[in-house]
Design a protein around this ligand. Structure first.
Ligand code: ZN
Length: 376
């Protein structure tokens, strides 16, 4: 066990990297996929089940938790780890992104953002200083800088102005975070899809100095091609000896493309959200369990998958419980999806370590392209 957060890069294959982030609450193997525990739960999953899928770390949402149940309450109850019964590492976002996407009546100034809660209309204020305080109250292991991010497409002047505000907020976040051994603070690169702005942002962050660096402002509507375009250069602008985190990504092929371009960490609600709407992600692509073709199919979702949904249940059963609105539907599909996402990460880590990432990637795409098994 360690008393501080550190990052060890173990192998590089092309630009893909594998390593480990060591924290007092346990190691995080990279590339890492972080399931999202928005309201102090990964929906439909017990924490031990999330761990059983292979997750080393969860993401918690500052915006949701500050509004309900409130950061002071979580702190009084022993912090987020104890509150939600997850003792391994937790990364919290800063609240900035969700204030922009969910809150009402926002007012943005140099100081911070005033907004009304989407839950009960109550008035709140988030700034670099209050975001650092809330993330400390939650007990987060990896804390994110408070930033602002415009939805894309946005004109370059607006993106530049927003990025420079975020860099001033990054310096204030660093100052407010202070010296907290055992906890890490990550800076967030902004700059939209403009290479010069991404470079300016990276230089500003490196001058401040962070334990890790996120690539923010992507997966906000720009499309995969534009995102990969940015990832062709953005990770290389960030320090090689620190973890690089791509926020809010993504679909399996987004994740593989990001790792190929040098990203170490990702998070997304997709596997859990899809699991509640009857969508399964498999090696052979997406399966819509609502579809009538599954009603009489005695085969599992994926016969090579070792998750509980695939080892114990047929497509016919999964189809039935979804149609009947049974809770086990979301539980089983979420478990399968999280398991599959972690299998991708495990496969990539092993391939990078072995120097066979290109072959692994070719097989990943070929299996997907073959499509789902033929109907019975
Ligand atoms: Zn499965």
């Amino acid at each position: 066990m360690t008393d501080r957060v550190s990052f060890e890069l173990k192998a590089v294959d092309g630009r893909a990297r594998t390593g480990v982030i060591r924290t007092p609450r346990g190691d995080i193997r990279t590339p890492a996929f972080m399931p999202v525990g928005t309201a102090a739960t990964v929906k439909a999953m017990l924490p031990e089940s999330v761990r059983a899928t292979g997750a080393d770390i969860l993401l918690g949402n500052t915006y949701h938790l500050m509004l309900r149940p409130g950061a002071e309450r979580v702190e009084r109850l022993g912090g987020l780890h104890r509150f939600m019964n997850w003792e391994r590492p937790i990364l919290t976002d800063s609240g900035g992104f969700q204030v922009m996407s969910l809150a009402e009546l926002r007012k943005l100034t140099e100081e911070g953002v005033t907004f009304r809660s989407h839950v009960d209309g109550s008035k709140h204020f988030l700034s670099p200083e209050t975001s650092m305080q809330i993330q400390r109250q939650l007990g987060s292991d990896i804390v994110m800088c408070f930033d602002e991010c415009p939805a894309l497409p946005a004109d370059e002047a607006r993106v530049a102005e927003s990025m420079r505000l975020s860099m001033r907020w990054a310096a204030r976040s660093r100052e407010a975070f202070g010296d907290r051994p055992g906890h890490a603070l990550f800076g967030i690169q902004q700059g939209g899809v403009t290479e010069a702005l991404r470079g300016e942002s990276a230089e500003a962050l490196k001058a401040i100095g962070f334990d890790g660096y996120a690539i923010g402002g992507l997966a906000v509507g720009e499309g995969q091609e534009a995102m990969f375009g940015v990832l062709d250069y953005a990770p290389g602008m960030l320090p090689e000896d620190r973890p690089r985190y791509l926020m809010g990504v993504g679909k399996p092929d987004d994740i593989v493309g990001a790792v190929k371009r040098g990203v170490d960490m990702m998070d997304c609600v997709l596997p859990s959200r899809s699991g509640r709407t009857g969508q399964a992600w498999t090696r052979r692509g997406q399966v819509n369990i609502k579809n009538a073709r599954h009603a009489d199919d005695p085969r599992p979702l994926d016969e090579d998958c070792t998750c509980p949904a695939c080892s114990g249940y047929s497509r016919a059963y999964l189809h039935h419980v979804f149609r009947a609105g049974e809770m086990i539907s979301g539980m089983l599909l979420t478990w399968h999806n999280l398991h599959y996402f972690q299998q991708i990460m495990q496969g990539m880590r092993a391939a990078i370590a072995a120097g066979t990432f290109a072959a692994w990637e070719a097989d990943f795409h070929a299996t997907r392209a073959a499509g789902d098994i033929e109907p019975v």
